[in-house]
Design a protein around this ligand. Structure first.
Ligand SMILES: Cc1ncc(C[n+]2csc(CCOP(=O)(O)OP(=O)(O)O)c2C)c(N)n1
Ligand code: SF4
Ligand SMILES: [Mg+2]
Length: 301
């Protein structure tokens, strides 16, 4: 396990000249993925920002094998790749499904659910920029309440799906949340997932300056604020056992959590929120924390 950034490999498999927007946390997360797992991986990527980031054929900025797949098919395709490796007796390649929130919580959920039910031996990573970024920022099931998108011009009226817990209902051996603002936490979770057999699911919050309407220099700060306000919680569920990870484990005491308003008001996508909306979101966050704290003390989901 890594203790600090200095211990990480200097190899880069996300090459210069890629097509991500300035300040994109998804590009940071991709670099971290490669720092954690190296290049003995095969990525399965559906239609999403990550299928644009490599750039136009015949060039690519991803120096690992990538299978670009239909929007809905990440779980099914990854299952096929895993089966092919098993058939050939290849055991030292990690298969990684890497999909956006639209490709995971909406259109890809059936293929992912099937793969999880079969116990497909792969790591599935949902990077969650909370909208359909590649097609211009339409709302997804992961868009939070009140957020502007092109299809929710006055703010989304529904709440975000709780996908890590949908995955927990599949009784897979490992589920974790992460964010690129906490790189060592993410890297260690990837390395742990690599050693576990079966389906592993990691859900990363992926701050997106283009869609969330904040300055490109603030990506790391926005991710940290998401965690410090408790709007994004860092946890693991290992064999059904729930555990907070730092710094979320230090926020069990409500007084230590910063008000959600600090996170919301930095982002243009929340500019239509009223004070009542902000209070409602704060109440939901506090209620979610009560549930998480019960899970942490009873331990089993
Ligand atoms: C069946 C199908 N419907 C719609 C599209 C168009 N499409 C391509 S990428 C995309 C959005 C992907 O959103 P998400 O999965 O959240 O990834 P992001 O773009 O945000 O990285 C859509 C709607 C498609 N490729 N296939
Ligand atoms: S739209 Fe957002 S997630 Fe997609 S490349 Fe741009 S900043 Fe990154
Ligand atoms: Mg998205």
């Amino acid at each position: 396990m890594a203790g600090s950034i200095k211990e990480l490999s200097k190899e880069e498999y996300l090459l210069k000249g890629h097509g991500a927007c300035a300040g994109c946390s998804l590009a940071i997360s991709l670099r971290l993925l490669f720092k954690a797992l190296g290049n003995k991986i095969v990525m399965v990527v559906p239609a999403c920002c990550t299928s644009v980031i490599p750039g136009p054929y015949p060039y690519t900025s991803l120096a690992v094998p990538v299978q670009n797949m239909l929007f809905e098919a990440t779980g099914a395709t990854a299952s096929g790749v895993v089966a092919a490796f098993h058939r050939r007796g290849i055991k030292d390649v990690t298969v990684v499904g890497w999909a956006g929130d639209g490709g995971t919580v909406d259109i890809g959920i059936q293929a992912l659910s099937g793969a999880a039910e079969r116990g497909t031996d792969f790591i599935y990573i949902c990077y969650d920029n909370e909208a359909y970024g590649n097609t211009g920022m339409q709302r997804s099931g992961a868009t939070p309440y009140g957020a502007w998108t092109t299809t929710t011009p006055t703010g989304k009226k529904e709440r975000k799906k709780d996908t890590p817990f949908i995955m927990a209902a599949h009784r897979i051996p490992y589920i974790a949340t992460a964010c690129s603002s906490y790189p060592i936490d993410f890297i260690n979770k990837l390395r742990k997932a690599k050693e576990i057999e079966g389906t592993k699911y990691i859900h990363i919050l992926a701050p997106c300056p283009t869609g969330w309407r904040y300055d490109t220099s603030k990506t790391v700060e926005i991710g940290r604020l998401a965690v410090q306000t408790g709007m994004w919680v860092l946890f693991e569920i290992e064999n059904g056992k729930f555990k907070f990870n730092p710094p979320s484990n230090r926020l069990i005491d409500k007084a230590k959590r910063r008000p959600v308003k600090e996170y919301l008001t930095l982002q243009g996508r929340f500019r239509n929120l009223t004070e009542d909306d902000i209070e409602r979101i704060q109440k939901w966050v506090d209620e979610d924390w009560e549930r998480y704290c019960k899970l942490a003390s009873n331990q089993y989901v």
